[in-house]
Every structure is written in C-alpha cells, then in structure tokens.
Design a protein around this ligand. Structure first.
Ligand code: NOJ
Length: 527
C-alpha cells in the first residue's frame, strides 16, 4: 500500500474545462500547472486527471487513439511530464486515467485488427468468425471491416472491446483468458502503465476496471486475476504507485489488488440514499437533505458490511460527485453541501473532490458534447473569479468548450474566498482537519456510535474522535453509551473537558447526552 494514500485528499480535474491558457476555449495541461498552488491551498495533495490522451473525443477522451500521446488540444507529453514534476515539488501526487477495456475505433491496433489478413492484432479485440454472426448478450457491430467477423463493443459504438478472453466459453471464437493473445493484451496494458509511471505519474484511476474478461464468474475472478498480476508488477517495480478502480464493488476490486475503489451512486445503493434519493414516492428522502426525513440506516446497511469486509485490503473512496454524475448542488443547498462534505471528508478511505464542488458549482441543463449526454451539465468550465468567463479562458464566450453558469449568484472562488462561512472555506477547513488528525485519515478506525432508523443525529467514532452529524432541520439529541467515550487505548476518555475541535452549527455533550442543533456537525476529541 503506497503510504501517501493514507493522508491523500484527491481533486478530480476534467482537463477540458479547468483552465485554458492558450485562449482556444478549452483547458490545457499548462492551465493545470498554473493552478497547482490553488489545489494545494485548498488542501488537496493528489490529482486525478480524466483522459488527456490523443482521441477523436466521441466519449470525451475515454475513446483513446494513442495511449502514449497527450492530445494536442491539451499540449504535449513534455507538458505532462512537467506537470508531474511541478506537482511533486508541491507535494501533490498525480493519477492519470487508464482505459483498459476498450480503445477508440481509430486506434492503430483496431485498424490492424479489422484487416482480412491475419496479423499480430487480429485477436487484440473480440471478433466472431463470420460477418453475420453476432454476440448474444453483448453489443456488437457488423459490416464495418474487411475481416469476416463482427466485433464486440465495450461502451459506445466508437469503443471496441479489447480482448482479455471469456471465462465461460460457448462459442469457438471465444478465447480463454490464458490464451497468448489475451495475455498479450494484458502485457500491452502493463506497457502503457510502465510508460507513464516511468515518466513520473503516480498511478491510475482505472476506467470500468471490472469489464476485462467477458462472461466472467459471479466474483469476477478472471478479471481479478489480471489485476492481481498487474498489482504484482506494481509492488515490485513501482511500490509507491496507486491504482483506484471504477468498479464499486470493494469485495471484488480491493481483494484483486486495487488500493482503493469508488463508492459510486449506483441506483438505490448507500451513496444514493445520502444525496440523491429522489426516486421513491413522496419527494427526496436523502439523508443529507434537511427536509428529506432520510434514514442513515439505509446507507449503513449497504456501506458497513463492505467496509468491514475490506478494511484490511484497501480503501473505499467517497466522491463529492464525478464527471459522470449530476453535481450534488442539483439536489442540495449550500448549507446541505457543507454537511455533506463534512461527512464525506470524515469517513474512512480516500476522498475525491470533483473540481468546482468546493464552491458548489451548478449542474447545467445544456446540450450534449462529445458523448456527454446528461453528464455534460457537470462538465462546465471552472468558475475562478469575476473576470471574463469567470477566469477560465480569455476566448470569446461562444468559443468555450461548454457554456457557463450565467446566473447572478453563480459561485466563484473569488467570491467565496473572502467569506469565512462559504462552502469553499468550509471545505478547506474540513480538509485541513483531516490532515491534522491521523485518526481521520484513510485507515483510522471507524465505528458507529448512534444510528437509528429514521432518526437524527448520526454519531460515529474515528479513532479517538467522536463525530456527530445532524443534517435535518430540527434539533436532535442522543443518549450515548459508555463505550462512546472509551479511548482506543482503553483509558476512559472525556469529551466534557474539551469543546468541539471543529463544528458547523452547534453541538454539545453533557454527561452522556449529545445535543445537536439543526444542520450541524461537530468533531470532539476524547482527552
Ligand atoms: C466510465 C467513465 O467514467 C465514463 O465517462 C466513460 O464514458 C465510460 N466509462 C466509458 O469509458
């Protein structure tokens, strides 16, 4: 486990819309370099940069045409190497985005693979043996290649599936995961990882990490075996490199070698019940909505078994949102967002903040761009200051990659930086708190102290810190058990001698009773 992950707070950057320095309306690597001090001042010490590689951009760069080349619209490879260097000088680690399951249909491998004449890349992708023979249960395309076969897709039409084999095989064109062609795909992936690690990157966020071996078993064990093999390479040659999976099944991912796995907002799961539980009748029942009458137990029933099962294997990563999900500001107000970020930044694991969420940028209802569809509204340009285009770019507004939030109260860093109560300053204070107390870091212990069905507050322990959260609009109280105050070394702790080390709103403890005002959050240290 790379030691730096323990205290890592990530900042996700969508390179298209973070900072444009050459006035073409689209963000670039130089823009990220210029904003490293901003990232550092916020308290983040790690970056995840969405794909910045050569691509026809039919899926915003998740359709990679050349894994080893920076897309010219963002700059050059040298710019990215410089970013690694300058980030490291500031104590910031950098993860790139690795797309192992598919390439662009314009990738050289695929152009070779399409040829009628057998060659080194014929089996790099999944092909059937006849132009009219489809792939039951999987999307596929016919009629596009000279080769007599149909090819399988991994996502959009522009993203043919790389071939890591099939575990359960029923057709003669399906290769076993240990077929030399499938091993060659895995080795090609390792070669790409080595290329960027050798140039100074610190690891990868891995796209659709569970999608490698097709018709895998229930536990995805054949896909897991590939990641175990890759982890062995990292442990030997790059022990400080980290891999974080888009898998959202920590039992599978963390036990297959990933250091961290995202807790994504899959329909009906625990994350969803916290911030966006608006599909049940009677309005939004999210725990973090002040009038949501939410239920923390719905989150805990999903999260706790996952945490208990994997806490010795790796970390579960909470996200404020990401480039695929609506911004949390769509359903939560600024005050609700403060409590939400307080929760996400004090739970175990490695947290990720999506650019602009520290100021509560809005989700915009805008037309699709580069395969974004309903995700496009989360990808709009960062709102830095009160200058033209909020300081994102000096290009004319109609030349920007995406439109911006034109409402009068559009948040900017500049507006919020001067206000001690702003979401920006609250986020900054919460991140500082996490760095200050090792108990709050990724592997600090976690236990539930008070959580009752449809009740507030929620009280939990991280090491010797006692944390209470009441997102509701009503005052709440809880009777705490004796063990809530027992320090980790078993000595009796006492919170009564200390006031909260951090609070939003107000909370106090008298005897064994914790009282917390509406919309409040507090962290107490047992002394
Ligand atoms: C997940 C990525 O986060 C998303 O943006 C992309 O469209 C798909 N994977 C396909 O690569």
């Amino acid at each position: 486990m790379p030691g730096w992950l323990k205290d890592a707070v990530f900042y996700e950057i969508y390179p298209q819309t973070f900072k444009d320095t050459n006035n073409d309306g689209i963000g670039d690597i130089q823009g990220i370099i210029e904003k490293l001090d901003y990232v550092k001042a916020l308290g983040c010490n790690a970056l995840w940069i969405n794909p910045c590689f050569d691509s026809p951009f039919k899926d915003a760069g998740y359709d990679v045409r050349d894994y080893k080349k920076v897309a010219p619209r963002y700059g050059t490879n040298e710019d990215l190497y410089r970013l690694f260097e300058e980030a490291h000088q500031k104590g910031i680690h950098v993860l790139l985005d690795l797309v192992p399951g598919h390439t662009s249909e314009e990738h050289e491998w695929f152009k070779e693979s399409k040829k009628a004449q057998p060659n080194e890349y014929s089996d790099r992708y999944v092909w059937t043996h006849h132009w009219i023979q489809g792939i039951a249960g999987h999307p596929y395309i016919g009629g596009e290649a000279d080769r007599n076969g149909c090819y399988m897709l991994n996502f959009f039409k522009c993203q043919p599936a790389l071939n890591y084999g099939f575990l359960n095989r029923t057709e003669d064109w399906q290769l076993a995961p240990d077929h030399p062609a499938c091993i060659a795909t895995r080795e090609a992936l390792k070669d790409i990882m080595r290329f960027w690690l050798d140039h100074g990157c610190d690891g990868f966020r891995v796209d659709m990490a569970d999608s490698l071996v097709k018709d895998d078993d229930e536990n995805k064990s054949a896909t897991g075996a590939i990641w175990k093999n890759i982890r062995e390479m990292l442990d030997v040659d790059y022990p400080e490199a980290a891999i974080v999976s888009e898998w959202s099944n920590p039992h599978q991912s963390l036990k297959s070698g990933f250091h961290a796995d995202f807790y994504l907002d899959h329909h009906g799961n625990g994350y969803n019940t916290l911030i966006r539980d608006n599909e049940t009748p009677g309005g939004d029942h999210s725990f973090l909505k002040k009038d949501g009458n939410g239920d923390i137990m719905r989150f805990l029933l999903d999260y706790l078994p996952k945490y208990d099962d994997t806490k010795d294997d790796g970390y579960i990563s909470f996200i404020t949102c990401n480039h695929d999900t609506p911004r949390a500001r769509l359903t939560l107000s600024y005050d609700e967002l403060k409590i939400a970020w307080a929760l996400f930044l004090t739970l175990p694991g490695v947290p990720f903040i999506y650019y602009g969420d520290e100021i509560g940028m809005r989700y915009l209802d805008i037309p699709t761009k580069e395969g974004g569809y309903t995700r496009t509204g989360t990808r709009t340009p960062m709102q830095w200051d009160n200058s033209k285009n909020y300081g994102f770019s000096t290009a004319e507004a109609d030349k920007l990659y995406l439109p911006q939030d034109n409402s009068e109260d559009a948040p900017t860093v500049e507006k919020q930086a001067g206000d001690p109560d702003s979401l920006y300053n609250t986020t900054k204070a919460l991140i500082a708190l996490r760095h200050q107390f090792t108990d709050l870091q990724a592997d600090g212990s976690f236990s539930v102290i008070y959580a009752e069905k449809e009740q507030f507050p929620f009280v939990y322990r991280r090491g010797n810190l006692l944390i209470a959260i009441n997102p509701s609009d009503k005052k709440a109280a809880a009777e705490l058990r004796e063990d809530a105050f027992v320090k980790e070394d078993a000595a009796k702790g006492d919170v009564s001698k200390t006031s909260a080390v951090y609070s939003i709103g107000s909370c106090s403890i008298s005897g064994s009773t914790l009282s917390i005002e509406a919309q409040s959050f507090a962290v107490f240290e047992l002394v």
